[in-house]
Write a protein that binds this ligand. Structure first.
Ligand SMILES: NC(=O)c1ccc[n+]([C@@H]2O[C@H](COP(=O)([O-])OP(=O)(O)OC[C@H]3O[C@@H](n4cnc5c(N)ncnc54)[C@H](OP(=O)(O)O)[C@@H]3O)[C@@H](O)[C@H]2O)c1
Length: 314
């Protein structure tokens, strides 16, 4: 077992729960916070489905987990959130296999992908973090809503969604002047707005919807973005950042509490950048302007002639 003693102590004190017999699906579970979320859930007894875009990376991560937890029940599902048809195949397979899911964690995300577009032609960061996650949620929710037991659905946003500028629908993707951080914060603000709206819409159903964020954690997400020098420097000062292991505790924390639907959970110190999970304040910008965003989003997807009338009404 590679979880630190202090993580286990924290879990026993603050999120004492057994996930034995429960199935947790985590997107992007081969790396960073997603990997540690998988490990925490396995430690608590869960069966884990790692939904990943790269089979080799997923297999390598699964082997590491099995090495640590030989009794673990882990499987891999293929999912590329930058590709609507991959999302459709992924959801179809879940339906065909009648996969039982108790917890669905939409952890996968990207940062700093200039000059890159998704398979369907959208700017990559907004395309994955928001449009792909939106599309995946719209596709999987009707299935989860029909399950005969409770489900927890978690979308991973970012602490810095709160620094996002007001959404300019005339330059949604920052085409005029691409700014990495602005694109990222917009993607996560959009995801937060959408998640908050569907959480409220479904709050009396069997699916409880939440958001989590990791604070500022050292993972490939940031390390790959800033180049080798910054990566080396941040490894020297790594104790100033949250560990992916600590960031991953937000899922167990949500599962062991009965927070109101739409709650955001993230680290408790340094303005949310560091520490153990706690419930966060939800900003007005998350709760407002959702209708306009959803209308715009649907138009964006439909305008590419990709899915037309395929957006199911939940
Ligand atoms: N680290 C932080 O400080 C921080 C701060 C705020 C929010 N977050 C959010 O936390 C989440 C986890 O990030 P992390 O820091 O753990 O980063 P990470 O180690 O880079 O993990 C991201 C995961 O998402 C997967 N992914 C990326 N694009 C995908 C796609 N198109 N389809 C399917 N999977 C895809 C990656 O797969 P590959 O390995 O194949 O690339 C990887 O497994 C992300 O949503 C991120 O935005 C992180």
């Amino acid at each position: 077992m590679s979880l630190k003693n202090k993580t286990i102590k924290w879990l026993l004190k603050n999120a004492a729960l057994s996930l034995k017999g429960k199935t947790i699906l985590i997107t992007g579970a081969n790396s960073g916070v997603g990997y540690k979320t998988a490990e925490t859930c396995i430690f608590l007894g869960a069966n884990v489905i790692m939904a990943c875009r790269n089979k080799e990376k997923a297999k390598e991560a699964m082997d590491r987990l099995i090495h640590e937890y030989p009794q673990a029940n882990i499987s891999i599902a293929e999912l590329d959130i930058a590709n609507f048809s991959s999302i459709e195949s992924f959801v179809q397979k879940i339906k065909d296999d009648k996969t039982d899911i108790d917890v669905f964690v939409n952890n996968a995300g990207v940062f700093h992908q200039p000059n890159r577009t998704t398979k369907d032609g959208f700017e990559y960061v907004i395309g994955v973090n928001y449009l792909g996650t939106y599309y995946l949620t719209e596709k999987i929710l009707p299935y989860l809503l029909k399950l005969s037991h409770n489900v927890v659905y978690i979308n991973t946003i970012s602490l810095i969604h709160k620094f996002a500028k007001k959404i300019d629908y005339n330059d949604f993707y920052y085409n005029k002047k691409y700014r990495n951080l602005a694109v990222y914060t917009r993607s996560k603000l959009c995801l937060a707005k959408y998640t908050y709206a569907i959480a409220k819409k479904h709050e009396n159903s069997n699916v409880k919807i939440y958001m989590n964020h990791p604070g500022i954690a050292i993972t490939p997400l940031g390390l790959n973005a800033f180049g080798k020098k910054v990566a080396r420097l941040s490894m020297v000062f790594k104790n100033l950042f949250n560990s992916p292991e600590k960031s991953a505790l937000s899922v167990a924390y949500i599962l062991s509490h009965d927070f109101p639907a739409g709650s955001i959970v993230g680290p408790n110190k340094l303005f949310g950048g560091w520490g153990y999970p706690k419930i966060n304040h939800i900003r007005k910008k998350v709760k407002t302007g959702v209708e306009e965003l959803i209308n715009f989003t649907q138009q964006q997807i439909i305008s590419r002639n990709i899915i037309n009338d395929k957006l199911d009404k939940n």
